[in-house]
Design a protein around this ligand. Structure first.
Ligand code: 3PG
Length: 429
């Protein structure tokens, strides 16, 4: 059991500063997935029903990336899912935010007012606002120790306006940012429902013993988190099956001319490779015999169709790779089927585009249909399950976390959870 306090312990009608994680894939400025929103909407509904007034903090993307946007549409999506207006405030701790926070009204009588509302009157819940993307705020980034973050103007300004801080953002709890580790240093702090649930599940996986092989399927675009985790998973995982960006980077380390940026392609490879080259070489040296890389890759040909070629036939990378190929799926499938546990982090291809969903979907299908214990994490990867009609009953847990889930599997603590535990000690002490 975690040693943090949870929102179930709060008296009704508190003024709460709540961190959630609705960081989403964005295309042409539009949010592409509402998976995280759906989970957090349930937490928000629960907190509002307890009459709390909420100022919600979240981030989207990182400075310099195409996915770095304001949170106006996030507020619309949340309002829709919660069934109540969550007002977007285009400021995090500036005058506009401070005024909107001062106007927030908790409703300590919410629970008893529920009956009255059925009769048609009375406001039965607290109210909520969504503050601007915290990563647009001075002091949120970069990663620094909690005591440094607690001293930022951001934390000092907002901390005094609330009765408590809630962290519901398990999926960002591995980042030592102000909204994650700064507030709990100086405020009474609680884990929200998503935080408590994901924490329990993911930590239990790390502690579990499996009667057979543990296979990890690793893909997605955040290669740095994946490579760092692999370094710590040598003793836990028997076989790694790679795809996505990390698959190409390991192929490059094995001497293939892939895993490079193309002039008109995304900047996902060169910088990542240069930063992680030594670690990749070290990992390959230590347990490379347990790391499987794609034998063929899929791309879009000149007619807009899916085409594939064998990795050994590539003399120079001239196309963007969008998926692992059919031969690779045939190589990965029996490994998955014979495993006692399959832990998935990240997609093996661009599954949002049906032409390039084959690798991700077929490997997930094999995992779901096998008897293996199976967890799917990776921010967005679990979206594949409803999108391609895979049976959700085949999976033991579909996590909305990516990097945090991976880090939890390595047994390394999450700074955001540590911060909640320190706050609990202080509150109890
Ligand atoms: C995620 O999407 O995994 C979290 O929101 C963390 O985002 P980050 O990798 O940009 O810090």
């Amino acid at each position: 059991m975690a040693a943090f306090h949870t929102t179930d312990e709060l008296d009704p009608g508190q003024r709460l500063l709540v961190r959630i994680d609705v960081n989403a894939p964005i295309e042409d400025g539009e949010v592409q997935s509402t998976r995280r929103f759906e989970r957090h909407a349930e937490s928000i509904r629960e907190l509002l029903d307890a009459g709390h007034a909420l100022a919600i903090m979240a981030h989207q993307g990182r400075p310099g990336r195409d996915t770095f946007t304001g949170l106006e549409q996030h507020a619309f999506i949340l309002s829709d899912l919660v069934g109540e207006e969550i007002e977007y405030v285009p400021s995090t701790f500036g005058e506009e935010a401070v005024e909107a926070i001062a106007d927030l009204e908790p409703n300590p009588d919410a629970a008893s007012a529920g009956a009255e509302d059925a009769a048609g009157d009375a406001d039965t819940t607290g109210e909520a606002i969504l503050l601007e993307n915290v990563r647009m705020t001075d002091g949120e980034l970069p990663e620094e120790p909690p005591e440094v973050k607690a001293q930022t103007e951001f934390v000092r300004t907002l901390a005094k306006a609330f009765d408590g801080y809630v962290n519901d953002g398990y999926s960002v709890a591995h980042r030592s940012h102000a909204s994650i580790v700064g507030f709990p240093e100086v405020m009474d702090s609680y884990a929200g429902p998503v935080m408590a649930d994901e924490y329990e599940y993911n930590t239990s996986v790390e502690r579990r013993e499996f009667d057979g092989d543990v296979t990890m399927v690793l893909g997605g675009t955040k290669a740095e988190d994946v490579i760092a985790a692999m370094d710590h998973l040598e003793d836990t995982v028997d076989t790694f099956l790679l795809g996505g960006v990390v698959g190409e980077l390991f192929l490059r380390a094995r001497g293939h001319p892939v895993g490079h940026d193309l002039e008109d392609g995304p900047d996902l490879y060169d910088e990542n490779y240069e930063k992680n080259e030594d670690l990749i070489a070290d990992v390959l040296d230590r347990f490379g015999d347990r790391i499987e890389t794609p034998v063929d890759l899929a791309y879009e040909d000149e007619n807009g169709e899916r085409a594939e070629h064998a990795v050994v036939d590539v003399e120079e990378k001239t196309v963007s790779y969008m998926d692992i190929g059919h031969e690779t799926v045939e190589a990965y499938r029996p490994i998955v089927e014979d495993s006692a546990a399959v832990l998935v982090k990240g997609a093996l291809g661009v599954f949002e585009d049906e032409r390039f969903s084959y690798g991700t979907v077929e490997v997930l299908r094999a995992a779901g249909e096998s008897d293996a214990f199976c967890v799917v994490g990776g921010g967005d990867t679990a979206r594949t399950v409803p999108m391609y009609d895979l049976d959700p009953a085949g999976f033991d847990h579909l996590s909305i976390a990516g990097g945090a889930y991976l880090q939890a599997l390595t047994g390394e603590g999450l700074v955001g959870v540590d911060a909640l535990e320190r706050a609990a000690e202080r509150m109890d002490g």
